[in-house]
Design a protein around this ligand. Structure first.
Ligand code: PFF
Length: 455
């Protein structure tokens, strides 16, 4: 629309940069912290199979839809809808995405901050000799501490801001190109350590041998919810990133590559965690405490445990950082383009306002633990509103828009780079975004609202 945007808009400089940034957004706490325990509670291998099915059937087409909207719009999540659907109300979906990013970053940065504390604790050999109860107390008193978790959270926000403020090419691309290979290396080191533990085979068969006895309707819906969160779908992160993609980029292939990379890292996280869990005779379904209590207990007992513990928490921090960057970019791109302010100013405002909310989220485990909104503390309210309401709703409207309202030509031209790429898959794509994806997303949405907690 405006001349300035076309001539000065930042963009990714390479194919690898695009994959590193988008996969960096997708790979995060969702893969390394959440996937293993959700899989553990839902039948291991059976969950993995259902998850994989949803990633391919629904995740990839939704990602392609977001890519098409972003690259066509060449703007932030809100502005891109204004370009692809002028004069209509669809930009409200983009606005919802910005709010979701704001909320997710507020609570996600709190957990990201904890990973820094745990790197510190591993390096200082603090886990040595603690019983499980002591480790539980250590964790409980740390997250309730009046300022420790907040300081780590603010450090994490500043790290994120420092990268985002430098721009797409010189900040996001430069750092994700460095951090993603590092992440892969760290996770491979940990896989080797875990696979060489005596008794680890049982863990592998738990992860890869499907046991359908534990599969219920809930498992299926959990798998879809997890796929959405893990692939960073439904909230404009990938719309924003794809607005910086080059016009020659093959969006369908990129969506497949990013989804596969995300799934690979989730599976590798399972390969790190389950053999270790089984080697020490621990139940695989121990919930969110897995990472901050059970794993330190395991690291205590394995040769080189402090070293591998530190590596594990560095891995978590790196994974979280490449995701927080993408969350912040959603908000920064929105502020700078819609309020017409510089990236610097936009990053400053975003960091300050999100940190403020983030500190309140952190304090839910301490000073504000007595404060609740509809029975949930601030942290859980933000998580619930974003993950269970805004995200599925965003995803639903995105596919409805692409499937029913955007002209087929607009989407087809974007996905085929104006007809220069093959489009044989297009009828299947349209069928999925018209019927299958909206129905499936509606199912998670209704389930999570009325039955509860997919979070
Ligand atoms: N995909 C990230 C994870 O699995 O941890 C979380 C996330 C990042 C969700 C960015 C949404 C987003 F825009």
């Amino acid at each position: 629309m405006s001349k300035i945007d076309l001539s000065t808009r930042d963009s990714f400089g390479s194919k690898f940069g695009i994959i590193a940034a988008a996969a960096g957004s997708a790979v995060g706490l969702g893969n390394i912290w959440k996937f293993p325990y959700v899989a553990g509670e839902n039948g291991g291998g059976a969950f993995l199979l259902i998850y994989l099915f949803f990633v391919l059937l629904i995740g990839v087409p939704v990602m392609m839809s977001e890519f098409a909207i972003g690259r066509k719009g060449q703007k932030n999540a809100y502005g891109s809808f204004k370009v692809v659907a002028p004069g209509k109300k669809w930009h409200l979906i983009g606005f919802m995405g910005v709010i979701a990013a704001f909320f997710i970053l507020a609570f996600y940065s709190a957990v990201a901050g904890w990973t820094l504390e745990y790197i510190n604790q591993s390096v200082m050999h603090r886990f040595a000799g603690q019983s499980t109860e002591q480790l539980e107390n250590t964790f409980g008193s740390f997250i309730a501490h009046p300022y420790r978790p907040i300081i780590w959270q603010l450090i994490f926000m500043l790290l994120t801001a420092g990268i985002v403020i430098a721009g797409v090419k010189k900040g996001i691309e430069k750092y994700t190109k460095l951090l993603m290979p590092m992440l892969l290396l760290l996770i491979i080191v940990l896989c080797i350590r875990s696979l060489t533990l005596p008794g680890g085979n049982e863990g592998l068969s738990f992860l890869f041998k499907p046991n359908f006895d534990k599969v219920t309707a809930k498992t299926v819906l959990f798998a879809l919810g997890q796929a959405f969160f893990s692939l960073s779908l439904g909230m404009g992160a990938l719309i924003t990133y794809s607005s910086y993609f080059g016009k020659k980029e093959n969006l369908a292939i990129t969506a497949v590559e990013v989804s596969m990379a995300d799934t690979l890292i989730a599976v590798l996280a399972g390969v790190v965690i389950f053999p270790a869990v089984f080697a020490f005779g621990i139940e695989p379904s121990m919930g969110p405490k897995l990472v901050f209590i059970t794993l330190p207990k395991i690291f205590q007992q394995i040769p080189g445990g402090d070293f591998f513990g530190a590596i594990f928490f560095i891995l978590l921090a790196v994974a979280a950082l490449t995701s927080t960057i993408s969350l912040m970019e959603v908000v920064v791109a929105f502020f700078s383009e819609e309020l017409k302010i510089t990236r610097k100013k936009a990053t400053f405002i975003a960091t300050l306002s999100i940190s403020l909310l983030g500190v309140l989220a952190s304090m839910s485990f301490g000073a504000l633990s007595g404060f609740s909104i509809l029975g949930k503390n601030i942290f859980d309210t933000l998580d619930y509103t974003a993950s269970n309401i805004l995200l599925p709703l965003g995803g639903f409207f995105i596919v409805i828009f692409v499937g029913w309202f955007a002209s087929d030509n607009l989407i087809k031209n974007e996905l085929t780079n104006e007809g220069t790429l093959k489009s044989k898959y297009f009828p299947y794509f349209i069928f999925i975004v018209r019927f299958i994806a909206p129905i499936a997303i509606l199912a998670i949405f209704i389930y999570s609202i009325f039955v509860g907690g997919l979070g």
